[in-house]
Design a protein around this ligand. Structure first.
Ligand code: ADP
Ligand code: MG
Length: 145
C-alpha cells in the first residue's frame, strides 16, 4: 500500500505521526519488532513526525534530533538516527539485531536508507519531501505480506 499525504504545517505532520501510532497500538502483532524507516532530506520533517508519533504512543518525553546519539530508548520505543553512521557495524554494536527481533519493540529509524542492508523486509517506509517552506509530501509505503 502506498499513500501520499501533504501537510502544510509542523503540527499537521505531528498529528499524522500521532494517528499512525494510535493505529499501530490498535493492531500491533507479529514475531518481530515493528520497524518504521524514515527517509528524505534534512528538514523534511522526520523528527517532527516522530514527536507526534511518540505522543501517540503515550510517551511524555520530548523527542529531539539525536545530534550526538545514534539511538535513544523510551521504554519499548526506540528512536534511531543514522545520519552520522559510517559503517553498518556502528549500529550492530548497539544491539540492533536484538532490538528489531523483540516483538515488544517499536523502532523508528531516521535515515533508514543508510542501513538498508540491515532492515527487515516488512517495514513501514515513510518518505519526506520538502515542497515549500511549510508544505511537505509524506509518502507511506506498507508492504502487506
Ligand atoms: P528532519 O528530521 O527530517 O531533518 P525536522 O523534523 O527536524 O526534519 O525539521 C523539519 C523542519 O521543517 C522544522 O523546522 C519544522 O518546523 C519545519 N516544517 C515546516 N513545515 C513543516 C511540515 N509541514 N511538516 C514538518 N515540518 C515542517
Ligand atoms: Mg531528524
Amino acid at each position: 500500500m502506498k499513500l501520499e499525504i501533504f501537510t502544510s504545517s509542523p503540527l499537521q505532520t505531528k498529528k499524522l505521526g500521532e494517528m499512525l501510532a494510535e493505529e499501530i497500538l490498535k493492531g500491533k502483532s507479529g514475531k518481530k519488532a515493528l520497524v518504521i524507516g524514515l527517509v528524505g532530506e534534512l528538514g523534511g520533517g522526520k523528527t517532527t513526525f516522530l514527536q507526534g508519533f511518540a505522543k501517540g504512543l503515550g510517551i511524555k518525553e520530548k523527542i529531539l534530533s539525536p545530534t550526538f546519539v545514534i539511538m535513544k530508548r523510551f521504554g519499548d520505543f526506540y528512536h534511531l538516527d543514522c545520519y552520522r553512521i559510517q559503517k553498518t557495524k556502528d549500529i550492530l554494536g548497539l544491539g540492533f539485531k536484538e532490538i528489531i527481533n523483540n516483538p515488544k519493540n517499536i523502532v523508528a529509524i531516521e535515515w533508514a536508507d543508510k542501513i538498508s542492508s540491515l532492515l527487515p523486509k516488512n517495514i513501514i517506509l515513510i518518505k519526506f519531501e520538502v515542497i515549500d517552506e511549510d508544505k511537505r509530501s509524506i509518502v507511506l509505503t506498507v508492504n502487506a505480506v
